[in-house]
Design a protein around this ligand. Structure first.
Ligand code: HEC
Length: 109
């Protein structure tokens, strides 16, 4: 009887000692599922860039006229008008690209 109890206690302590490790391994493996992470990361990076662009757009594109509504103009129209408007705003090359990313993102979403 005493031996049985000791054996159960021993087994019990193995289970307790092992279970956190099992949980850790499972938790580490989950983020490595390819479809779940890569796509999400790409989308949010794009969106983050677009949101940076929106801030620059709002600060620079309402100086001479009302802030244009991106969706009021086609992609083709933007391709024609944007370079001269970016020049008007004296955007740095980096800001110019970031605002363009915002316009493209807004047109696509
Ligand atoms: C220095 C003044 C100035 C700034 C700054 C400026 N614009 Fe303009 N924008 C104009 C003028 C003037 C017009 C109207 C004449 C024209 O179409 O060129 C115009 C027209 C537009 C139009 C309408 C085009 C059409 O044919 O209906 C859009 C869209 C536009 N701007 C976008 C922008 C964006 C985006 C920015 C910021 C990157 C910006 N503008 C910054 C002066 C400016």
């Amino acid at each position: 009887m005493k031996n049985k109890t000791l054996a159960l206690l021993f087994l019990g302590s193995i289970v307790v000692a092992c279970s956190p490790k099992v949980a850790e391994v499972v938790a580490e493996e989950v983020p490595e599922t390819p479809e779940a992470t890569t796509e999400e990361t790409v989308v949010s990076a794009e969106e983050a860039l677009a949101m940076d662009g929106k801030v620059i757009y709002s600060a620079n594109c309402a100086k001479c006229h009302d802030l244009p509504i991106v969706d009021s103009y086609s992609k083709e129209k933007w391709a024609k008008i944007y370079p001269s408007m970016a020049d008007n705003s004296k955007l740095t090359p980096s800001d110019r690209a970031t605002v363009n990313a915002y316009i493209q993102w807004e047109l696509a979403n």
